[in-house]
Design a protein around this ligand. Structure first.
Ligand code: SIN
Ligand code: FE2
Length: 215
């Protein structure tokens, strides 16, 4: 009977951060190989790059996108664009495994009917970080954000509606998925500088996939 003692420690399990925000531990684990293969296809068509912020800094995080809309930053500001400015062509399509995972994770978190049209891919190497921000370039705040962590662990900061609100530190590991929407849709969040390490599948990096309804 000992196995029953550990029943509730088995993956996946859910942790609420606040109303509208949930961590689905290990949710993406069964699909990690398929997600990484799809990621390679996207990155071959739309290479990772360090975008310039409106303030003139290069982001420490490298980004690329897939779907009808890609997230773009330059000296004029942040926006979604149908074309990749690096190639002048449309972003590669959202791979079916991305769409399915995003829909299923959103539904598990209580957001039925989520259909992403944008997949932003962030690549962190040790030292890379993402300062506190809101995801507010999307047109439809009725849809949640679905965020998938792969590779090295990271500490995700999750705050509130104001930049100065207290943040909680959420350790995220390979396969964890965070979903925020509804009352938490515009909450501030960020990622602390990535620590050194070597992940068996991804080496010295962390990949984060975020699925959005941008258009
Ligand atoms: C983001 O805020 O867009 C990414 C968050 C993460 O890398 O976990
Ligand atoms: Fe974000």
């Amino acid at each position: 009977m000992t196995e029953d003692l550990f029943e509730d420690q088995r993956l996946p399990w859910q942790e609420a951060l606040c109303p509208g925000a949930l961590v689905l531990r290990g949710y993406a684990l069964p699909h990690d190989a398929a997600l990484l293969a799809a990621l390679d296809t996207v990155a071959a068509a739309a290479p990772f790059r360090h975008m310039v912020t409106p303030g003139g800094y290069h982001m420490s995080v490298a980004t690329t996108s897939c779907g009808s809309y890609g997230w773009v930053s330059d000296h004029t500001g942040y926006r979604y664009d149908r074309l990749d400015p690096a190639t002048g062509t449309p972003w590669p399509p959202l791979p079916p495994v991305f769409i399915q995972l995003a829909q299923d994770a959103a539904a598990s978190a209580g957001f039925e009917g989520f259909v992403p049209d944008a997949g932003l891919i962030n690549r962190y190497v040790p030292g890379a970080r993402l300062s506190l921000h809101q995801d507010r370039d999307e047109h439809d705040f009725g849809a949640p954000i679905v965020s998938v962590s792969l590779g090295l662990p990271a500490v995700f900061l999750f705050g509130g509606p104001r930049r100065t609100d207290k943040t909680v530190r959420v350790p995220l590991v390979h396969g964890d998925v965070v979903v925020w929407g509804g009352p938490a849709r515009l909450y501030y969040h960020g990622v602390l500088p990535l620590k050194d390490g070597c992940h068996p599948l991804l080496g010295e990096q962390r990949i984060n996939l975020t699925f959005r309804k941008a258009g």
